[in-house]
Design a protein around this ligand. Structure first.
Ligand code: GDP
Ligand code: MN
Length: 383
């Protein structure tokens, strides 16, 4: 689960990581009243879960209430890379001497945490990694050993942070590590981490991804879940426990296994279609799961056809076929369905499906043909 910047900063605060004082606002009037409380000058910041807000015009300095009013009006409703701004974070503006970068993440291939620090913060860190990889100091951290004060000091020196910033930055890194581990983050990133003109080091931005597998031990994450997704399809899918990502195409996709679901999306693109979603119904693919999946896809008004791609392994073909037939009885499906069923007992499964051909259910033996058929049907059904 990704957090908004303001939530990330609240999370950081719990672990003693310094951030600027501020508050959230959902309207222009609220923005002005928060700014009045915080004290001028302030920064008006778009709250969307996407980077590069600054470049898109979603971050503006304001000297007085009139400027807050103007910027808040401009930023609310702004579309930043497909994310519409509904909320602002207003914080006291900082006088920046230098912008750094600091993060903890998991390096799965090394089976260790990875800490990265750079004196070249503020900009896209991927760009720095490409153009000047030596500008990023890295250290793997063994979770058993933890992250020592020595490691923190070495890293900030290696990264070339200003002498006057190093001690505070090293102490902040240790707090960030505690936040990362105890707070069960997948990613805790500060870009920029700033050194102010009056010699303080603090987090000016926050990018935090929480590890959903740790949700059971964080009752306090409820408040973050509540603001998590505004896509009604994704909300419904989440309620049903499905691995679903909404996309903006017109061919609904159901597959068993994340890899198969991804390749199904690719194949649909390849034959000129556009996937409306990614949906992995998992290994079981029983009737209840299939009904849930169909219900979610059916709720998407852009869907013109549905492609079900199942490779039977432990799940047998006839079970899957019965599941689909049963699911169709439960949910009134608006779009034609194309199914490619292969693997264990596929023949038997296809025989069951053949009996339901009249109900808008077509069985096609290969993935590419199924994608072509689903795409063609979708184009026929476009209003
Ligand atoms: P992002 O573009 O989405 O990563 O948003 P950030 O929160 O990182 O802000 C982008 C840039 O805005 C920062 O790198 C700063 O240069 C600038 N900025 C943000 N807050 C302040 C502030 O308080 N004072 C000043 N002078 N600049 C700021
Ligand atoms: Mn940033």
């Amino acid at each position: 689960m990704d957090l908004y910047e303001y939530q990330g900063k609240q999370y950081f605060s719990r672990y003693g990581i310094p951030v600027s004082p501020g508050g959230v606002a959902d309207t222009v009037d609220e923005a002005v009243s928060v700014a009045d409380d915080v004290g001028y000058p302030v920064v008006v910041k778009a709250q969307v879960k996407v980077g590069g807000r600054g470049k898109a015009g979603g971050i503006q300095l304001a000297q007085d209430p009139q400027e807050v009013r103007r910027h808040a009006g401009d930023i609310l409703g702004m579309d930043i890379k497909g994310h519409v701004v509904h909320r602002l974070w207003i914080e006291r503006a900082s006088d920046i001497a230098q912008e750094y970068y600091a993060s903890f993440t998991l390096d799965r291939s090394a089976k260790k945490y990875l800490c990265m620090v750079s004196a070249m913060g503020g900009v896209d860190i991927e760009e720095v990694a490409d153009s000047d990889p030596a500008a990023i100091a890295r250290r793997h951290v063994d979770p058993v050993d933890g992250f020592s004060a020595e490691s923190a000091s070495e890293l900030v020196a290696e990264a070339g942070l200003h002498e006057g910033a190093r001690e505070q930055a090293a102490s902040l890194l240790q707090k960030l590590y505690t936040c990362y581990v105890e707070g069960d983050c997948d990613l805790a990133e500060i870009n920029p981490l700033i050194y102010t003109t009056d010699g303080r080091v603090h987090a000016l931005d926050a990018k935090v991804t929480l590890d959903d597998n740790a949700r059971f031990r964080h009752a306090d994450w409820e408040e973050f879940s509540a603001t998590e997704t505004t896509d009604p399809r994704e909300r419904l899918a989440k309620e049903k426990g499905l691995q679903y990502v909404g996309l903006d195409g017109f061919v609904g996709i159901i597959a068993n296994g994340a890899g198969l679901a991804m390749s199904t999306c690719d194949v649909v693109e390849q034959v000129g279609g556009k996937p409306a979603n990614f949906l992995d119904i998992g290994g079981g693919a029983n009737a209840a799961q299939m009904a849930n999946a169909l219900e979610v896809i059916n709720s998407d008004e852009n869907v013109r056809s549905i492609l079900i791609n199942i490779f039977g392994g432990i799940t047998r073909g006839e079970e899957v076929a019965n599941g689909i037939v049963e699911a169709m009885g439960r949910v009134q499906i608006a779009s034609p369905i194309v199914i490619r069923l292969d693997g264990t007992n596929a023949e038997e499964g296809r025989r069951i499906l053949a009996d339901h051909a009249a109900e808008g259910l077509e069985s096609v033996p290969t993935m590419i043909e199924a994608a072509r058929r689903a795409t063609a049907l979708a184009k026929e059904h476009r209003p």
